[in-house]
Design a protein around this ligand. Structure first.
Ligand SMILES: [Zn+2]
Length: 362
């Protein structure tokens, strides 16, 4: 089974917000919450650590996720009491809670933080030799930068292992406009990007609004990724990348991770209403293929599943029951004429190349 690198999982947020022990199997977690009705995804989750192992997902990007921006989306659409906080200080503490969870999972031998190319190479060697005895490697990222209370704090986060930062999530953060709103970087946002560059962090362009996306690419000349992002030409909406944004990312040698949220895969999807029957993994291949067609090669498309981003099989392609079903994409891409080298690039090669460029040597 191909090594799978997934550039976007909210493992800690999912654990802390949904009260899910990530060390249990998907089946056990589903059984345990089958009676719950507080969330649509109850009993339908697709992802946990044993499932990542089953899928040979030896390297992932794991997020810290907490919003504390001045303009958050109205509660009925995006707002969650476990995501939207009154101040950056509270978002900061929440992100530290997420980090505490990752650190405990490391101490227990489930995870291993990858801070550098040296860490990554050692980890891949261990994983190839004996995946069953090797912790899952993770690069630490932040989705929405409000937990960084001021740009001067970037260095401290760097020393905690933070390597990739997306300045905004939904709504407006203190640094940038995100999904659902639009406007430029704030002066602190410009300063944040300068500090990130100085520290050696990569910029995650996912969730940036169009104006903030443009400004961020101008200000920031370091490595850029789009961790979980699909194509606007296929699914209209500001959550997706326009073709010219994809071209601008490719110009920067970025990698774009295809996301599995059906809302980002199927036009006109209505949360809680549209049936997952309308969308299959072929749609994921459509988004991957569009990035490849714009690039003229298969070096910029990859997987950033977001499969634990607050939804379950009620909002994933019908032929995906659990995370390991991502491997069905191997056959789908092969049937579309992708060579085995290209399929391997999408599954891991592109992210590993990007990580080797974006992470510090040691
Ligand atoms: Zn996201």
């Amino acid at each position: 089974m191909l090594l799978l690198v997934d550039s976007h999982l909210d493992l800690a947020w999912n654990a802390l917000s949904f009260n899910r022990d990530q060390t249990l199997s998907v089946e056990a977690l589903r059984r345990g919450e089958a009676h719950m009705t507080d969330e649509l995804s109850r009993g339908r989750l697709t992802t946990s650590l044993p499932e990542l192992r089953r899928a040979n997902a030896g390297v992932v990007v794991a997020t810290l996720l907490a919003r504390g921006g001045p303009e958050q989306k109205p509660k009925e659409r995006y707002g969650r009491t476990d995501l939207d906080f009154a101040t950056q200080a509270i978002a900061h503490a929440t992100a530290h809670g997420h980090l505490a969870y990752y650190r405990l999972l490391e101490w227990q031998g489930h995870l291993r933080m990858l801070r550098s190319v040296r860490d990554l190479d050692r980890h891949l060697e261990d994983w190839r030799r004996d995946p069953s005895r090797t912790p899952i490697g993770y690069v630490l990222s932040m989705e929405g930068a409000d937990p960084i209370v001021t740009p001067a704090q970037v260095g401290e986060w760097w020393s905690l292992g933070l390597r990739f930062v997306g300045p905004a999530h939904y709504g407006r953060s203190h640094y940038a406009y995100g999904t659902g709103v639009d406007g430029p970087l704030s002066p602190q946002g410009v300063e944040l990007l300068r500090e990130m560059r100085r520290a050696g962090m990569a910029l995650d362009a996912t969730h940036l609004s169009d104006a903030s996306f443009r400004a961020a690419l101008e200000v920031f000349d370091g490595p850029v990724l789009a961790s979980h992002h699909n194509c606007r030409a296929l699914v209209p909406g500001d959550r997706q990348l326009a073709d010219e944004q994809i071209a601008a990312l490719i110009e920067r040698d970025a990698v774009i991770g295809a996301a599995l949220d059906a809302w980002m895969l199927h036009p006109g999807w209505e949360r809680g209403k549209t049936s997952p029957q309308v969308v299959s993994l072929e749609a994921v291949a459509d988004h991957i293929d569009r990035v490849c067609q714009i690039a003229g090669d298969a070096r910029h498309a990859a997987i950033g599943s977001d499969l634990d981003g607050g939804f379950g099989t009620e909002q994933t392609p019908r032929d995906l029951d659990t995370f390991a079903d991502l491997h069905k994409l191997e056959g789908i891409l092969a049937r579309r004429g992708y060579s085995s080298e290209d399929v391997a690039a999408v599954f891991h090669g592109n992210w590993l190349r990007f990580f080797r460029r974006a992470l510090p040597a040691e």
